[in-house]
Design a protein around this ligand. Structure first.
Ligand code: GLN
Length: 552
C-alpha cells in the first residue's frame, strides 16, 4: 500500500520547503533557511527544520573539528551539523533527532532492514529503497506537528553525493504536488571586477543541473555583493524558468547577520512561498530581529575574552561559543572581542593573557593543549580574571586546582594519563564497557541541581536546570578526591539529581570563576543570552573597568 505522503493531523496538511544550493558551497544556506523559518514563524506558522547531509558518516559526532567544525547537540541527544545551531538560535526552532539525516544514517537503516530480511526476495537499490527511506525522513519531520517543514539539502547541485536526496525530493514533490511543496534554490550571482559586470551564467548552469534530474525551482534566491539590475533578474527568470517575481535578491549584509530576515522580508520571499503553498498571509507579529540589529551594531562598551582552545585555526570549531559570547555582549551593550589563543602556545609564553578581560576554556578531546589550558586557568584563578570553563574546560579547572592548590603534581584525567595516582577526572561508570565511538557519549539534556545560595544558582535564578552534554569523563566520584578538593576550597555547586555526577564547580573569593561539565553554549539565544555567558561578560566588563581605574 502506498504510504501517506503528507502527514495529516486532523485536516492539517504539512507543507514542505526544500532548500537547495548552487554554484558554490558556503553561500549561507543555513542562515537563509533559518531566516526564512524565522519570518514564517513571525507570521504565526509553526515551523520545523531539517538538514540533510550527503556524507556517509552516520552523524558528524565522529568527525574531527578540522573536517566539520562544531558538533551541535540537541536536547534529545543527537550529534548534528552546526547549521542546526543556526536553526535553534536564529529561528528559535526546537531541533530533534528528526532534524538531522546524513546519507550514512539513511544507508545504515536500509542495510539493517535488508539484514533483518525486510526486503526479502528484492534487490535493494538506491531507487526506490534509499529514496523511500529519505522520503520517510521528510515525513518524520511532520510528526513535530509543524505547519511548515523546511528541509535544507546539503551540498551543491551537481554533486554526486547529494543526488539521492534531490531525487527523493523530486519524487516527494510529484506525490504531494506544488501546493504542498516549494523548491527554493540558493545561487550565486558573482561580480566580475575585470568585466565590471554581474554574471548570471553560473546560476543558469546550476538550475540546468537541477532540471536534468527533474527539479524546476519555484524560487531563485540570488546571493550577490551588489544590487542586481532589473534586466539581469528578468534574464535569470527567463533562462531558469522561474516567474519574474520569484527571482529574489539576497545581497551581502554589512551590519549584522540579524539583518538577513529583514532583507528577505523586503524582497517578499515569504509571500511568494506562502502564495504557492496556498497558505493565508498573516501579519508579521514579532520583529525582534530589528532590536537585535540595533544592539549588535551600536554597542557602548567593549571587552576582550580569551578563548583558549586547540582548534583555534578553525573558527567553526567553536561556533556556538562565539555566538553565545556575542549574545551576552548584546545583552550588556558591549562588543565582545574574542582573542583566540592556541592553548599549546601558552606553555611558552602566557603574556598574551595580560591584555584580556576574561578567559573562556571550551570543550575538547585529547591531551594536546591540556597543560596550556591549565596555565590559563591558574592565571585566571591567581589574578582574579573572570573565567568560564566548559566540559574539558571544567575538567582542566579540577586538574589545575588539584595540582597547584593541593600539590598533587600528577593529578590528571584518565583520558590523558591512565596511571596517575590522582585521577581527579575519570571515565563515567556507564562508559567503562563502551568501545564503539559513534553516538556513545553521555549526550543531550540532563537535569542538574544547583546549591542554594551559590553564584551559579543566582546566575540561573533557579536551583534546578537542564543542560546539554557531550562527554565520557567526569569529576571522579571517589569521595577521597572530592572531599579533599572541597576542603581545599573548590566548591561543587551543581550535581545530577542523585548527587553522583558533578556538573558545576565555582570558587569563592574570586569575581567570577564558574565551570560546568555541560555545554551552555548550545542553549544561548540572541534574544535570551545564557546566564553563564552573561555572567562572564558582565564580570569581564567590571574587571576591565577596575584595571583601568587602577592604572589611573
Ligand atoms: N574529553 C572530555 C570527555 O570526553 C571532554 C569532552 C568535551 O569537552 N566535550 O569527557
Amino acid at each position: 500500500m502506498q504510504k501517506k505522503t503528507v502527514s495529516q493531523k486532523g485536516k492539517k496538511q504539512t507543507k514542505y520547503i526544500f532548500i537547495t544550493g548552487g554554484v558554490v558551497s558556503s553561500l549561507g544556506k543555513g542562515i537563509t533557511s533559518a531566516s526564512l523559518a524565522l519570518i514564517l514563524k513571525s507570521r504565526g506558522y509553526q515551523v520545523f527544520m531539517q538538514k540533510l547531509d550527503p556524507y556517509l558518516n552516520v552523524d558528524p559526532g565522529t568527525m574531527s573539528p578540522y573536517q566539520h567544525g562544531e558538533v551541535f547537540v540537541t536536547d534529545d541527544g543527537y550529534e548534528t551539523d552546526l547549521d542546526l545551531g543556526h536553526y535553534e538560535r536564529f529561528a528559535g526552532v526546537h531541533c530533534t533527532k528528526a532534524s538531522s539525516y546524513t546519507s550514512g544514517r539513511i544507508y545504515s537503516s536500509v542495510i539493517a532492514k535488508e539484514r533483518a530480511g525486510k526486503y526479502l526476495g528484492g534487490t535493494v537499490q538506491v531507487v526506490p529503497h534509499i529514496t523511500n527511506e529519505i522520503k520517510d525522513a521528510f515525513r518524520s519531520a511532520a510528526e513535530s506537528g509543524a505547519d511548515i517543514v523546511l528541509c535544507e539539502i546539503g551540498g551543491v547541485a551537481g554533486d554526486i553525493e547529494s543526488l539521492p536526496f534531490l531525487e527523493a525530493a523530486r519524487q516527494f514533490r510529484f506525490e504531494v504536488g506544488s501546493e504542498n511543496s516549494c523548491f527554493v534554490h540558493l545561487t550565486l550571482v558573482p561580480y566580475l571586477k575585470a568585466a565590471g559586470e554581474l554574471k548570471t551564467k553560473p546560476s543558469q548552469h546550476s538550475v540546468a543541473e537541477l532540471r536534468n534530474i527533474g527539479i524546476i525551482p519555484d524560487i531563485l534566491v540570488c546571493r550577490t555583493e551588489m544590487t542586481i539590475p532589473k534586466e539581469h533578474l528578468e534574464k535569470l527568470a527567463l533562462f531558469c524558468n522561474v516567474r519574474k517575481e520569484c527571482v529574489i535578491e539576497e545581497k551581502d549584509v554589512t551590519d549584522s547577520v540579524y539583518s538577513v530576515p529583514r532583507e528577505l522580508l523586503k524582497q517578499e520571499l515569504d509571500l511568494r512561498i506562502l502564495e504557492q503553498l496556498k497558505l493565508p498571509i498573516k501579519p508579521v507579529v514579532h520583529t525582534e530581529w530589528d532590536t537585535l540589529v540595533r544592539k549588535a551594531t551600536k554597542p557602548k562598551y567593549e571587552c576582550t575574552i580569551a578563548l583558549v582552545g586547540k582548534y583555534i585555526a578553525i573558527r567553526d570549531a567553536y561556533k556556538s561559543v562565539h555566538e553565545a559570547l556575542q549574545h551576552a555582549g548584546m545583552a550588556n551593550n558591549a562588543k565582545v572581542h574574542v582573542e583566540c589563543i592556541e592553548a599549546e602556545d601558552l606553555e611558552k609564553n602566557k603574556n598574551i593573557l595580560k591584555k584580556v578581560d576574561g578567559i573562556l576554556i571550551p570543550g575538547g578531546f585529547g591531551t594536546r593543549g591540556v597543560n596550556g589550558k591549565c596555565i590559563a586557568i591558574r592565571y585566571a584563578r591567581e589574578n582574579k580574571v573572570p573565567l568560564l570553563g566548559i566540559c574539558l574546560g571544567m575538567q582542566c579547572c579540577v586538574i589545575e586546582y588539584a595540582r597547584n592548590v593541593l600539590g598533587w603534581k600528577d593529578a590528571n584525567s584518565t583520558e590523558f594519563d591512565t596511571k596517575t595516582k590522582h585521577p581527579v577526572i575519570d571515565l563515567m561508570d556507564e562508559q567503562r564497557k563502551v568501545t564503539a565511538k559513534g553516538g556513545t557519549m553521555r549526550l543531550g539534556a540532563y537535569p542538574c541541581n544547583l546549591v542554594k545560595g551559590s553564584k551559579a544558582a543566582k546566575l540561573y535564578k533557579s536551583e534546578s536546570i537542564s543542560e546539554r552534554h557531550r562527554h565520557r569523563y567526569e569529576f571522579n566520584y571517589d569521595s577521597k578526591f572530592r572531599e579533599e578538593l572541597e576542603k581545599a576550597g573548590l566548591k561543587i555547586v551543581g550535581t545530577s539529581p542523585d548527587g553522583k555526577l558533578v556538573e558545576m564547580i565555582e570558587l569563592d573569593n574570586h569575581p567570577y570563576f564558574e565551570a560546568c561539565q555541560f555545554h551552555p553554549e548550545f542553549k544561548s539565544r540572541p534574544t535570551d543570552p545564557h546566564p553563564l555567558f552573561n555572567g562572564l561578560v558582565k564580570a569581564a566588563l567590571k574587571h576591565k573597568n577596575n584595571i583601568s581605574k587602577e592604572k589611573k
